[in-house]
Design a protein around this ligand. Structure first.
Ligand SMILES: [Zn+2]
Length: 323
């Protein structure tokens, strides 16, 4: 598991005189940690109490409730809260969430996150329902209790700084693949390769637990869309809208693959050479992709996916008679 290093961690190393050589070369650095490493500096003496670095635009002091409240109710955050309500309504209208299912998180600083509350229909949320939490899941503001599944979102955000927002839902087609523990095969639809990229599959763990956060977080580092075994889907993006688009992309893709697999003629793959062109387009759009490191023979492998076999009339009659 890659270690996440924040500006506070770097500052602590500098203060202790240990230097920063002990930071693993593959560690994930927050933007403010990277800045501090490039330009190491310590606060002027006498050194003030180190304050948690939220990396937020207003320099909010998370130890001061008035400062947190001002930030939480600022026009910028009210805009994001309204956008979260809008996305929740769209997910509910598309049957991606039922009952109180699904949740949305949006980073509003390196270490501060807006999230939806627990036990609420995503179709009928109000901006005043939203919660503010830190990367450990501690609630800092909001009158309702934060969703227990926030930990799963944070499992990705802590490991992947580019994950500025996460959307979790139970869209029926993609969730069906997650329940069957099968990834939809690649090399079938160009838009899916560009905008979803390689799809991840995270092992089942009980929702809301640290084990689930770790299982999903480990897969989410390199996959913007993760099927959660026996559960649903989580997608991340550069903002809430981007993450939601990926949720729409994956459910539409799974739905189309499912229908095509029933047609009886098999699925036509456009092959690894064309996939590489699409990965190039994806990379030009700023989205990372590890698939170019794979061998050609693996790039379009259907994995465990099998299209439904076509039955002969005789076989179909046997099924009807229960033989
Ligand atoms: Zn869920």
């Amino acid at each position: 598991m890659r270690q996440v290093i924040t500006a506070a961690d770097v500052e602590q190393l500098l203060r202790s005189g240990q230097g920063t050589a002990s930071i693993p070369t593959d560690a994930l650095l927050t933007p403010s940690a990277r800045d501090l490493l490039r330009n190491p500096r310590l606060p002027a003496r006498p050194a003030p109490e180190p304050k948690p670095d939220c990396g937020c635009p207003h320099g909010v002091d998370v130890t001061d409730p008035a400062s947190v409240s001002r930030f939480f109710n600022s026009p910028e955050l009210e805009t994001i809260k309204a956008q979260m309500c809008d996305i929740g309504r769209r997910m509910w209208e598309k049957d991606y969430v039922d009952g109180n299912g699904g949740n949305i998180t949006v980073r509003v600083g390196d270490e501060l996150v807006l999230c939806t509350p627990t036990l609420i229909s995503k179709g009928f949320m109000k901006p005043s329902d939203m919660c503010l939490i830190d990367l450990e899941g501690r609630q800092l503001a909001g009158t309702r209790k934060r969703t227990s599944e926030a930990l799963t979102h944070l499992g990705i955000m802590k490991r992947q700084p580019k994950a500025r927002a996460c959307v979790h839902a139970h869209p029926p087609h993609a969730t069906a693949f997650a329940v069957a523990s099968v990834l939809p095969p690649p090399c079938l639809i160009p838009e899916a390769e560009v905008f979803i990229g390689k799809i991840g599959l995270a092992e089942y763990q009980t929702p809301g637990t640290p084990e689930n956060a770790n299982a999903v977080g480990r897969v989410g580092v390199e996959h913007q869309v993760v099927l959660m075994q026996n559960h649903g889907v989580i997608a991340w993006g550069s903002d809430a809208e981007d993450a939601h688009w990926k949720m729409e992309n994956i459910d539409a893709y799974c739905k189309t693959v499912w229908i095509a697999s029933q047609l009886g003629s098999g699925l036509h793959s456009f092959g690894p050479a064309k996939l590489k062109e699409l990965i190039g387009i994806r990379q030009k759009l700023g989205m990372e992709d590890t698939r170019l490191d794979s061998k050609d023979c693996d790039l379009c492998s259907p994995g465990d996916f099998r299209a439904a076999p076509v039955k002969t009339p005789g076989e179909a009659a046997n099924v009807r008679q229960g033989t």
